[in-house]
Design a protein around this ligand. Sequence first.
Ligand code: AMP
Length: 349
Amino acid sequence: MMALAGYPLGIRCMFLDRSATSPAAQVAPILTGDLEDAAQLAALAACSDVVTFDWENISGAALAPLEKLTRVRPPRAALEVSQDRLAEKTLFSKLRIPTTAHAAIDSKEQLVRAAARLGLPGILKTRRLGYDGKGQFLLRSSSELDAAWAASGGTGLIYEKFQDFSREISIVGARSTAGQTVFYPLSSNTHGGGILHYSIAPFLNGKLERSARIYLKRVMNALDYIGVLTIEFFMVKGRLIANEMAPRVHNSGHWTIEGCVTSQFENHLRAICGLPLGSTRALGHTAMVNFLGKMPDRAELLAIDGLAFHDYGKDPRPGRKLGHCTILKKRTTERNSALVDALKLIEWC
Ligand code: AMP
């Protein structure tokens, strides 16, 4: 999606991916290898004006040598903060961004104390390498403590109070090399088993939108950020509680491809290439639905008026994000009824 956004701007992307048949390889030249393969990363940097990433589990140590060869954007510090749930929450707190009550856990005694202090239910999560609900263990009562502890692997964990949220919301924005910032309208996100099922945007709530923009801008400025940055929030009693940040284009921003004047992918490229940022104005009311584990019937979905179809060309695997569709309509009522129609044709597995 990044390569496709770059084409009209004359920006040519080259990728590093593990597989020669990856989605990126289907639209752009590719180097294959492990994402932390030093020689391949150096080769990529040697032929690039700027290197970026759309996955945050690449170590800062692997990227550091590239900074001598070319520009690496967003800054490595942002990547490193987002890789550690504890560092992320510490940054949120430092910037006066409300976040979930939490405790670092490295022993079973600490877990027992944290569950008593913060209360149950709670979620035990790995601090690193968890995404899309991976590495998370729900504790409904103290009787589940032993099982969660055994399943978690034991160290480098965080215990979070379970948030009784009414909604999950995200904000996507971009900051340029000149310090210009733009913010997309809020997106309301529905997850299942920790993975995004569908988003509705714009989620219209002036008060929350103002707060979300202020919070995102604080993080961007604190990290001297360049590129697209996302924060995911829980909405609890009408307030935003930050869950996590992602230093990259985000699944909950895929709707911007059809739904906004400038997509998140284009604005990410504009930002990292030192270009002015484009308008984030919404063109209507959208719904974005992920295809998980199984591709739906393309012809059936395309029969829905105003629907755009995205097939990433991946091999199906349970829970794997294989593509998505976006519905764009003038009115919320039209968007909602087209979403109901689309959901009847999509099976998540
Ligand atoms: P994460 O990997 O932190 O984004 O978590 C994936 C999903 O799990 C979130 O989008 C929520 O639906 C759920 N979740 C994570 N943390 C909490 C929490 N502290 N309270 C309630 N639900 C949570």
